[in-house]
Design a protein around this ligand. Sequence first.
Ligand code: ADP
Ligand code: MG
Length: 707
Amino acid sequence: MSKSSRWDSTENESKHLPIYRHKAKLVQAVEGSTFLVVTGETGSGKTTQLPQYLHQAGMCRNGKIGITQPRRVAAITVAQRVAQEMQCTLGREVGYQVRFDDCTSQDTVVKYMTDGCLLREILADPVLSQYSVVILDEVHERSLNTDILLGLLKKMFSDPAKSTKGRSFPLKVVVMSATLETDKLSAFLGGCPVFAIPGRTFPVTCTFGTAVGPKDVESTGYVKEVVRMALDVHTSELAGDILVFLTGQSEIERACDLLFEKAESIDYRYDVQDQTVEGLLILPLYGSMPTDQQRQIFQPPPSRIRKCVVATNIAATSLTINGIKYIIDSGFVKQLNHNSRVGMDILEVVPISKSEAEQRAGRAGRTSAGKCFRIYTKEFWEKSMPEYTVPEIQRTSLTAVVLTLKCLGVHDVIRFPYLDCPEERFLLEALKQLYQFDAIDRRGKVTQLGELMVEFPLQPGLTRAVLKGSSLGCQDLLLPLAAMLSVENIFIRPGNPEKQKEADKKHRALATKSGGMNDFATLLSVFQLCKSSDRPSAWCKDNWIHWRALKSAFSVETQLREILLRLQQKRDFPVETFDGNKSELFRRCLCTGYFTNVARRSVGKVFCTMDGNGSMVNIHPSSSLFDQEADLNWVIFHDVLVTSRVYIRTVCPIRYEWVKDLLPKLHEVDVYELSSVARQEVTDEEMIKWETREAAKRQPEVSTEDI
Ligand code: ADP
Ligand code: MG
């Protein structure tokens, strides 16, 4: 297809979007007010069109238009689409930036990015002097970073002297939301105007299933049920594409495999109701998928072929796929939640909310009437599904965000303007962690180390370990490790049991090669072996390692190294020395970041965490320490997996004396001192209760026994 004809077709397409008729009025509304809330059904053209309208109206004269997305994939695919519509090369006028992947240039005036990226930009440039318009998109998703950006932008304008200082032209802020809460948003932003794009939606009939009840939360029986239903729709319903909602990559791949297998045996002459349907095109869609594969999702299927997209929640609002007529809803979503049982954030599969279920169903009614098949029962809907999704700010760790706020000069993080306030205990927990990592001092002020830490797009603990490594001159061990922990799982797990055995064997050999008994060292060793190999992709294939993940890790490592170098040139870095072998040096650095994740052997193979929760945990079977019996008394771990048991994953043995001096930090801190503001609001009675509870937590006595 020639460039011009492709342009014509996309231009024509975009003229049919509901937003098109409101172009002039929308531009006027943005120009006429500092804050503007824009709402409209998903798929009406907000994300792809509005930035183009503002660009055409000359709003990029003074600065860029920045559009934030809560999800990486959305930022990337939408930027691709808009670059195509504007007939430019991605990365020139239209670009994107997500963590560890910057596809922008000097010429970029329309910039899609994750909300986390804009937050980092505010750190370097608090008045966003490069931007003429900032669009916070997908605000209804209520991601943690978007919520914080909302508060920061509101605060910026609450002090006009400050908001214009360093800017030569006014900043316009647009807040876009697919649904509800527009009154709340407008009120939050000082009663700003709301622009509602009228949209037409068609009725969607929803049916409940009989198979999945509340007990299925624990098992993954719903994958099979989803597949069965998708095939049922394919064979018995009229033409029209299917969108299936599942929770994550491995599940989606399994469902696709099953679908492929079952669809093979369909005899289209006899089995299918609609005789115009002659095949099924099965496409997965999840966050970490390569982008060229994602592009396929948007293309119409060949004639007489039905498309079936098996997706995560990303297809609920962030991305709109045309032609969908049938929805299969599993009723589950993967969500990051703070788990008080283990005191950490954990990715969990949980039932979606009723409002989320409505949103999923709505995807079938964009262009004509549709059907939504919920695999769960009415009882599940009534008893297990909450009305609304709790905003992320009220359910995840706030450590990184609190450090960012503190570095931005927001000392009183409790009275920050939140759209919905996080629970105070989460804020206190964040302050406590930052104090434990020496990022803030006893009075809650950011330390020099804290200012260094905020520069790294990593979890504070991992950053702490990297910085320790650099002080000790062993950044070559810690940077690759941090990179490996920042990419998706590197180990291939084939579905076929024979192949699985082969992969396991290779993975075990890699663990042994790195000295054995240390999952962190295995990751480091895989990085180094692959990097030094003549044919790295062949090496990966041979060892059952995901080459794509390794490639990302190489790029992430380079970027982390650049950040470190830049900081080393700018500031004084502490220099320390160390006598001991490399393995010990490596593990000691890890201890400075992971002492909050220490566990001690309790009985048999069960370990007990030391963070005050005293949770009983088991080493995950994927760890090279899983079968180790002897001499394993103290370990640190990277993350936790909760099923019917609590497992720790990515584990390494340490010696008690390495953490001995750090462990008291887990208990000594008075969080009310860290947040001097909070204390005034606490009654004596509450204080006594809190102190008693903290004292009780100190119970697991630390002994001096060691390996
Ligand atoms: P909204 O933000 O209001 O939900 P969008 O701007 O995302 O709407 O979508 C408008 C239209 O653009 C939809 O019909 C969608 O299918 C289409 N679209 C968006 N991204 C792509 C893409 N990468 N390829 C093809 N079509 C796309
Ligand atoms: Mg959108």
